[in-house]
Structure formats: C-alpha cells, structure tokens
Design a protein around this ligand. Structure first.
Ligand code: MBD
Ligand code: FE
Length: 249
C-alpha cells in the first residue's frame, strides 16, 4: 500500500528544495524566511497566508471533479450562527450603501429545482468590514441564511459590498508589500449552499468590471461563471445567480 501522506509531504518538501536551489537562496535569506514563518504564527496569520497562496489550489482541484457550480474560497469570515432571513438582511443605515438584491434559483445537476436548501450569504459592509469580526458590528448584520422556496427560488436584499483589503499591518502584509504586490480583493458576495443529501457548495460572486476582479491578491476567482453583470431595477442593484448543487456520494 502506498503511503499518501509520505508521498504528498515528500513532494512538497522537494518542491520547496527545488525553489531554493533555483534561486541560490543563501543562509541569510533562509533565516529571514524562517523568521517570517515564526512571525506569521505569532501574529496568528496562518489562515490569511493560506488563503493568499494555497487555498485556491485546493478549490481548483475540487472543481476539476465537480458537476455542480464552481466553488471558491470560503475566506476567514464565515459564521453559521446567523439569523434566518426572508426578504431583507439587516444593514446599518449610518453606513449607507446601495441596495443589492441577491436572487436566483438552486438546482440539482439534472436541472431540477431544489427547495428547502439553506443559502448562507455574507459580504462586507459598505466600508469594507465583516460583521461578527470587525468594529463590533453584530453578527446578524450583512449576513444571514435563507431558504430556497418554490421552484428553488431565493431572493433577499442587502447592500453592495466594496473591494476588500486583507489585513496588511502584519507579516503577511509586509511580505506582499516587499514583493511589490497589493493586498486587495475585488468586491464579492460569499455563498454557502447546504442541503441534506447534497454536497455543500461554497462559492463567491463578483461584479463585472469591478476593481481588482482580474487582479485578486488571493487569486480567488477560478472561472468567470460568477462574475455577474449587475442590472438595476427600481434603483436596486440585482445579482441574479442560479446555483447547481451536486448529490453527496
Ligand atoms: C476575505 O474577505 C476573503 O473572502 C478571503 C478569501 C480572504 C481574505 C478576506
Ligand atoms: Fe470575503
């Protein structure tokens, strides 16, 4: 029997060794890299670093086999302890923001509607914060879970999110800066669709033409499936998305 753990870890180590050889990395540089990893651990930025460089690759591998809609990064700000919402997600009037209607359908891979699926949605405030994590914004704002109804339809109103700058005042931000890279993600809406008997679908949607859509620091978007052309109806922006979920094995 092959030892998969040994196979994967050995390949990772060999890949890193080859990178060091390729660039004639010196002992001094090696020590700096070593210190960087210690700093990342101490600043508790390991999840951020993984989102930045490696998580997308796992999503990419997952998407190779997928029959349903493409997955995307979950990111660090999912919360399952959120209220059930029907027509409106709570938003804070003092933040303003443009109304955004999130609507569409949940279907299975045969195109049949899926009713009673739970759709978690979460996105940034109009000033780029996530509730339940930043500035003491309560967790029941700017996020919620809704249920798909007749015909698999869902619809809920929130506000348009903005481009998001990942934490840039720690070692990860310093690395990006030193590499000459930026720390921005395009404006996005997160979704997680959950239904008994089906695989969870965790994904994100973006706005066509939005800043950083083609230059996400986390390289989150793997396909253009959920880069959505916004339409405006009665002064409200609309993000219309049909999700296809796959039966669990
Ligand atoms: C986010 O909001 C996000 O979605 C990801 C993937 C990483 C950092 C912040
Ligand atoms: Fe996010």
């Amino acid at each position: 029997m092959t030892n998969r753990l040994d196979a994967v870890v050995s390949s990772i180590v060999e890949g890193v060794r080859n990178a060091l050889r390729e660039h004639d990395v010196t002992f001094e540089e090696y020590r700096k890299g070593f210190k960087f990893m210690m700093d990342v651990a101490e600043a508790k930025e390991l999840p951020l670093l993984m989102d930045l460089f490696l998580n997308t690759t796992i999503v990419e591998i997952q998407n190779r086999q997928a029959q349903g809609s493409p997955s995307d990064l979950e990111g660090p700000y999912f919360r399952s302890d959120v209220p059930l919402v029907t027509d409106k997600i709570k938003t804070m009037p003092e933040f303003g923001g443009t109304p955004l209607v999130l609507r569409g359908h949940v279907k299975d891979t045969d195109g049949n509607p899926v009713e009673g699926a739970t759709i978690f949605v979460w996105s940034s405030t109009p000033d780029g914060k996530y509730s339940g994590f930043h500035d003491n914004i309560p967790v029941d704002y700017y996020r919620g879970k809704l249920l798909s109804g007749a015909g698999g339809a869902y619809s809920v109103e929130s506000t348009v999110p903005v481009p998001y700058q990942i934490k840039n005042n720690g070692p990860t931000g310093a690395l990006l800066e030193a590499m000459g890279r930026h720390s921005w993600r395009p404006a996005h809406v997160h979704y997680k669709i959950r239904k008994d008997g089906y695989k969870d679908l965790t994904t994100q949607a973006y706005f066509e033409g939005g800043e950083w859509v083609g230059d996400d620091c986390c390289e989150g978007k793997l396909t253009d499936d959920f880069v959505i052309a916004e339409t405006v109806e009665d002064g409200k922006h609309v993000m219309d998305i049909d999700f296809v979920i796959e039966r669990a094995a």
